[in-house]
Design a protein around this ligand. Structure first.
Ligand code: AMP
Length: 241
């Protein structure tokens, strides 16, 4: 079953009153940041900027950045801040970010968070970031990560345990054989969780302390999480939800 976006979420975008600005989706590996970012992207027409996706396309394209990142990613470790910050700065230059964007998987260290805060402060007229943290328990995360599959063509996300495709391991939408990320094994997941606890959990505390922060329960059905994330963004922007 592919992830669908409820009509009620699209309506918010149609009203024309929502300018989401920069939205950070925070949370451990497997909480559903990518799934939620795709739903919000469809509803509000703002791009998803996933540092993991950009790095993976550099790895598959064999770029210099990809060569530096590959081994670190395969071990579940982080790519150095200066490389990732530059990558994000380049992406934020593109005009599709004018109304807002969803950062998925960034910032992941306090250094990245501080870099982002000052980068945005230097850009005149921009809205400040709002941060939404998605929370899911460890056992559920493990199932989500080890069962996660994606369609390399249309990018739909499935889970062989929780949201299986209708036929074998083929994409419901275009019939492409589904792929598994090389770092979605149990062993690498454990390392990614250690990295998360030591380096990324403090980022959540950083944004909690700044205000414009809300936590949502990521164990609810996908559509309910999307509704909660969007309501949180609207509330943090001071708009009715
Ligand atoms: P993700 O797709 O967000 O789970 O990221 C996959 C991998 O890409 C991570 O385990 C890191 O090795 C790397 N990565 C993604 N985002 C960042 C980031 N903001 N900082 C450093 N490394 C990152």
């Amino acid at each position: 079953m592919a992830v669908a976006v409820g009509e009620k979420h699209r309506e918010v975008g149609k009203s024309g009153t929502v300018v989401p600005g920069p939205v950070l989706l925070l949370g451990a590996p497997g909480v559903g940041k990518g799934t939620q970012a795709q739903a919000i992207m469809a509803a509000w027409g703002i791009p998803q900027i996933s540092t993991g996706d950009i790095l993976r396309s550099n790895v598959s394209g064999g770029t210099e950045l990809g060569k530096k990142a590959r081994a670190l990613m395969d071990r579940g470790e982080l790519v150095p801040d200066d490389l990732v910050n530059q990558m994000v700065a380049d992406r934020l230059q593109l005009p599709d970010t004018a109304k807002g964007y969803i950062l998925d998987g960034f910032p992941r260290t306090l250094g990245q968070a501080e870099w982002l805060d000052s980068y945005l402060a230097e850009r005149s007229g921009g809205l400040p970031v709002v941060a939404v943290s998605i929370k899911v328990g460890y056992t559920q995360l493990l199932r989500r990560i080890t069962g996660r599959r994606n369609c390399p063509v249309c990018k739909s996300i499935y889970n062989i345990y929780l949201q299986p495709p209708k036929v074998d391991t083929l994409c419901d939408l275009d019939g492409t054989p589904l792929a598994r990320r090389s770092d979605d094994t149990e062993e690498v997941f454990e390392e990614r969780m250690r990295t998360y606890e030591s380096l990324t959990a403090p980022v959540i505390e950083h944004y909690r302390a700044c205000g414009r922060f809300q936590e949502v329960d990521g164990e609810l059905p996908v559509d309910a999480v999307t509704a909660a994330v969007m309501a949180a963004v609207l509330r943090l922007r001071g708009a009715a939800s």
